[in-house]
Design a protein around this ligand. Structure first.
Ligand code: C5P
Length: 304
């Protein structure tokens, strides 16, 4: 995680907060606590936000600036929750100034808010007189959001439970995916994660736990390619309501022979771009024609 730190000054620190995509997301049932049980393979992207964390010199208070996104400058922002949790957990008391440069769209299934929160914890751990241990960071981040602990891991990771039980993979396994070019695309709409899960619960279209674990196991042992592994159970509730996704996906498959997937609870989708592909401009044209001129399209790649 230390490699998320971009720069350190006497008063502050700049931290990178990468986006993620779910290469595999199987939802295997609803739990008694209201959350859903899942198995997921998550990859970090070169696309990310940049967070500056500074000590203000005051005795207390958390301030947040988010240039260009005033709607995110409020106490609901997960960076706020992360900063107050870190201060509470360490017992330290000093003023914190947070400045967040957003690149990751919100309500997009790319984990932007969760990644920002984890970068806040990492930044404060760097600036604080005391530090939270890795175990405490995992616990603290899990209380902020189910997918937060995955952002404490470098490389690809497998998440289980409600998303908070994470394990890293052998570097020999994930190295083959690092550097993979990814095209992200998203219609000009955001989805609430809670609502998408609620709609899945209505349809009860779950995978079995055994199947999900077996798929990951086969992939880890090189018996399944990353393209063959791609899966997302949350596509069903989203695509049943937003029919235009299926139309575009079928066209991408037919015209380009590629496998598009939605990331997390959407609304962002992605395609893994084959090495040396000369079809990207045509693919983007198809996406804009289908999702409209106001859709968001971004080239990025999987990082360590
Ligand atoms: O954990 P987080 O706050 O990110 O989750 C947002 C919402 O998504 C939860 O309140 C829950 O409704 C839903 N969720 C779920 N199962 C998960 C993760 C999230 O039902 N594993």
């Amino acid at each position: 995680m230390r490699n998320r730190i971009i720069e350190q000054t006497s008063t502050g620190v700049r931290v990178f907060a990468p986006a993620k995509i779910n290469l595999f997301l199987a939802i295997t049932g609803k739990r008694d606590d209201g959350y859903h049980q899942l198995t997921s393979l998550m990859a970090k992207l070169a696309l990310g936000d940049i967070l500056e964390v500074r000590r203000t010199g005051k005795e207390s208070g958390i301030q947040l600036a988010c240039p260009g996104y005033p709607e995110l400058e409020n106490h609901q922002n997960l960076v706020f929750r992360a900063a107050s949790k870190w201060l509470e957990a360490t017992g330290e008391s000093w003023g914190v100034e947070l400045s967040l440069k957003k690149q990751i769209p919100s309500m997009a299934g790319l984990g932007g808010g969760s990644s920002d929160a984890v970068s806040t914890l990492v930044g404060l751990n760097e600036l604080g007189d005391s530090q939270l241990s890795q175990t405490d960071l995992v616990q603290c981040s899990a209380e902020i959001g189910s997918d937060c602990p995955s952002f404490l891991m470098d490389g690809l990771c497998v998440a289980e439970g409600r998303g908070e039980l994470v394990r890293s993979l052998a570097s020999s396994v994930y190295q083959s995916v690092v550097g993979q070019k990814v095209l992200l695309f998203r219609p000009n709409i955001g989805f609430s994660t809670a609502e998408v899960y609620q709609n899945l619960a209505k349809h009860k279209k779950y995978s079995t736990d055994d199947w999900a674990k077996e798929r990951i196991n086969l992939w880890e042992h090189g018996e399944l390619s990353t393209i063959e592994l791609l899966h997302n159970d949350l596509e069903y509730p989203v695509f049943s309501k937003h029919l235009y996704y299926r139309v575009l996906f079928q066209q991408i498959e037919k015209q380009f022979g590629l496998v598009p997937k939605m990331s997390g609870s959407g609304s962002t989708c992605f395609v893994l771009i084959p090495e040396g592909s000369d079809q990207i401009a045509l693919l983007k044209e198809l996406i804009f024609n289908s999702f409209g001129d106001d859709c968001w399209v971004k080239d990025t790649e999987i990082i360590l």
